[in-house]
Design a protein around this ligand. Sequence first.
Ligand code: ASP
Length: 436
Amino acid sequence: MSGITCKFGGTSLADAACVRNVEKIIRANPARRFIVPSAPGKRFAEDKKVTDLLLAWHSLVTQKLDASQPIAMIRERYAEIARELGVKFDVEKELAEIIRVAPQFDGPDYMASRGEYLNGRLIAEYLGATFIDAADFIKFDDEGMLNPVSYDLLGARLEGPGLFVVPGFYGSMPNGRVKTFSRGGSDVTGSIVARASESELYENWTDVSGFRMADPRIVPDAKLIEEITYAELRELSYMGAQVLHDEAIFPVREPGIPINIRNANAPGDPGTIIVSKRVASSPVVGIAGRKGFTMINIEKTLMNKERGFGRRVLSVLEEYGISFEHMPTGIDTISLIVRDDELAQHGVAVLRGIERAVQPDRVILAPGLALIATVGQGMIHHIGAAGRLCTAMADAKINLRVINQGSSEMNIIVGVEENDLEAAVRAIYEAFKSWQ
Ligand code: ASP
């Protein structure tokens, strides 16, 4: 097989005019054969996404409250799209079926998945494409992880000519129940379809023209990233830079299918291409930062001589089910950087636990930390990245609370006060935007 998989996000399918635009994009290149739609998204700022309406519906029903409002809004969204496109699509019948079947399922997944299901049916009808229900081919194991058998199952179904529509966002558990990915998960479906269909390219159509080198809310004129590797993107997305669901790279990374982020409102823009290897034009590809971290600072004289010290400290985190982000160490100090939402209400209990486990001279919580990742595979071959970064921080009069460079030499992480985050990102961007 070959061809292109195209995933269209909710804002690209928000109304009939959007669907017509999407059709134009699809027809412009006959290789675009595998179509993965999201549920209709917002048409304007205060509008509701269909997925949110479905979740509201589920929550009202669970509380035995009147769900007629979200149902009416969902009915109207699809009826209007079908009417304006001139597609025969019986929304009433479909909703009646959802109402009939939904009580069999405990959680919200079945309901949440119907936005994509209904949109997939409607769009397949409009395009004259074969509709494939993702629940029959995208399979999860008992732990809720994707079962790789899905690639073969789906691949076999995608054989043959013509267009195929596979709704995004869901699959099914071994017992047949529908399960969704986390929010934004149609990106992951797109990736699975690209791999199953052995597509030469996965186009992810959204409402921006690709990734920018820094968050445009902080650096309004941040440069567009033309090319980025899967590994670089992973480092950036874990710091919260989000255009693509952060699990979307896994299915395509192994076969090396490139992902092209494209803008459905500006189809002429080349977008960002995500590849295995890039010709390192600029050593730093992107900068992403995030607030909401706490450092646990532990001091103990001669800790470096004590065997099992680190293990005992980490076992306390494990006991409370807390994962950590970084662990910078000195000779008599060790720090753990954890996300505030991981630490949650366990802060004091963790301190007490560490006191019991290693009898430190001192252990404190230092909250209010922001982390910034400066990412680029090209840094391996360039001397002076850390120097340039630290100089930029010093020139901007920003205090560095921590600095950490992973052994991959692809990511330098610095920690600053939360209030300094924006200024720090701007300073780092300026330092690296034209570094060759
Ligand atoms: N419709 C789902 C959501 O709103 C999935 C997606 O759009 O990717 O999260």
